[in-house]
Design a protein. Structure first.
Length: 413
């Protein structure tokens, strides 16, 4: 058992200095605190990812994937909810409340989705000796895609109104709850296919495995609870000291720390030829971000002493428009349940462009580009729009059967 937990113990060692400093009340210069507490968050993220994957042996079906996608982004949730909570009494933090969410969302799609497909297609082409141009998703992914489409469309209310109202938050959380219910009843009796430390933990006898998983969850959650606030404060303070845009640090550095384990696991799955499963996991993570995370922000703001609506300033509104437009393009092209190579390179290229042409003009131009491409894809895939939006409300076997019927009808034309 010690051998299986060796990587987790290493992560504990990385997190230990941050926990000790926090409990002792020792303050360090902001850039140093950023490294110390950031390292602890990364370590906790890896422990959560390994524990969540190993838990698939005891939680079957789509529910395991949905819970996994929630757990591995808990560090991201902690930072976002801290900013939203503190914004209730500190108006300066309002600007950061949604920064982490928009950054992690665009990172997950622009880098995560794209990198998985690029790597998977390159390896598949090398193995087969002929070009492979697209990753084909499973029909069951249409249900998750439908949830993502609905949540994304509902979230356009945010830039239109310039706020995240409490009622909108409750509605998004209701969508997330319904998503978990659908995931719980979905088919999925296959044996989990794990890698690395998660596989070694999963191979332990049932009693030891469950004890290890629970222990990792408790330790990682405690580390995140202890380190989220100083890590978030260090991000803002470091930007002020180093002369770096504080919004950008919150938007990109924090997501890099929290999303790293999930992205690494997804890329490893792509290398092993399991790109469809990796994309399915990342789609599930996107559903969680657009529902549970966004829905929780106004609640945290209200508990922290704010009103019933979390206000968005001009920049945050632009960031939400850009994030929603990027998501819409991803959904529009995936309506055919095929992830082509050109989309992966387009998403990655446009992700890089936002750093080359920053500012309001850059965000609005990129939003327009995403929007035009999304409209074009929606027109091409218009026959799949209604089936995708209805998929969350249909039984999985019905969704699969209807996909097969449309595929046969298309082949006969």
């Amino acid at each position: 058992m010690l051998k299986a937990l060796r990587p987790a113990l290493l992560c504990c060692l990385v997190a230990a200095p941050a926990v000790a400093l926090r409990l002792l009340g020792v303050e360090l210069p902001a850039p140093v605190s950023l490294l110390v507490f950031g390292g602890a968050v990364v370590g906790a993220s890896f422990m959560l990812a390994w524990a969540a994957e190993a838990a698939e042996f005891d939680i079957s079906g789509g529910l395991a994937i949905a819970i996994l996608a929630v757990i591995v982004v808990l560090p991201e949730y902690a930072v976002d909810l801290y900013f939203a909570y503190s914004a209730g009494s500190n108006p300066a933090h309002v600007a950061y409340a949604a920064a982490n969410m928009t950054g992690s969302n665009r990172l997950l799609l622009g880098v995560g989705w794209a990198l998985v497909v690029i790597v998977a297609l390159a390896i598949a082409s090398r193995r087969t000796g002929k070009p492979v141009r697209a990753v084909v998703l499973e029909s069951g992914n249409r249900i998750e895609l439908g949830f993502l489409a609905i949540a994304s469309l509902v979230s356009f209310i945010i830039p239109i109104t310039g706020q995240i109202h409490l009622l909108l938050g409750v509605g998004l959380l209701a969508i997330f709850a319904f998503y978990l219910v659908r995931a719980a009843v979905s088919e999925g009796g296959e044996e989990p296919d794990l890698i690395g430390p998660a596989a070694r933990i999963g191979d332990l006898p049932a009693a030891r495995r469950r004890a290890a998983v629970i222990g990792l969850f408790v330790v990682a959650a405690a580390v995140i609870l202890v380190c989220a606030e100083p890590f978030a404060d260090a991000l803002v303070a470091s930007g002020r000291i180093l002369g770096v845009d504080q919004f950008l640090l919150v938007q990109w550095l924090a997501p890099l720390a929290s999303e790293a384990p999930e992205l690494i696991v997804a890329v490893i799955f792509a290398v092993q030829g399991k790109a469809a499963g990796a994309i399915g996991m990342l789609i599930s993570a996107k559903v969680n971000q657009w529902t549970m995370l966004v829905g929780s922000l106004p609640i945290a703001y209200l508990i922290g002493g704010g009103g019933t609506s979390l206000p968005m300033d001009g920049r945050q509104t632009e960031e939400f428009i850009l994030t929603a437009a990027q998501t819409l393009l991803g959904i529009a092209v995936l309506l055919k349940l095929r992830f082509p190579r050109w989309l992966a390179w387009t998403l990655l290229g446009l992700f890089v462009c936002q750093f080359v042409i920053p500012g309001t003009t850059g965000r609005l131009v990129l939003s327009a580009v995403f929007g035009v491409l999304a409209v074009g894809a929606l027109i091409v895939n218009r026959r799949e729009i209604l089936p995708t939006l209805l998929a969350p409300f249909r039984r999985e076997e019905t969704v699969v059967a209807r996909d097969e019927q449309r595929e046969l009808a298309g082949a006969s034309r």
